[in-house]
Design a protein around this ligand. Structure first.
Ligand code: FES
Length: 71
């Protein structure tokens, strides 16, 4: 799936970059350009990084609607 439309970057590319040692959003931005244009993709890119590192971001809507919590 495309995460950053401005730079045509997919979640797979972000995960590959993370697996190759880039751990922070700043590093991902520098390497792939994610978030360096309109910035709309930054939160989604951060979620991809967090999910792949085993850390899930708490989303308040999940507390109100448990069906949003991933299995
Ligand atoms: S969608 Fe990523 S910078 Fe615009």
């Amino acid at each position: 799936m495309y995460v950053c439309i401005c730079n045509a970057v997919t979640d797979t590319q972000i995960i590959e970059a993370q697996q190759n040692g880039l751990k922070t959003m700043a590093q991902i931005t520098e390497h792939l350009g994610v978030g360096n244009c309109c910035g709309r993709c930054v939160e989604t890119a951060k979620e991809v990084l967090a999910e792949n590192s085993g850390v899930r971001k708490f989303i308040p809507q999940m507390a109100e609607n448990p069906s949003l919590v991933p299995a």
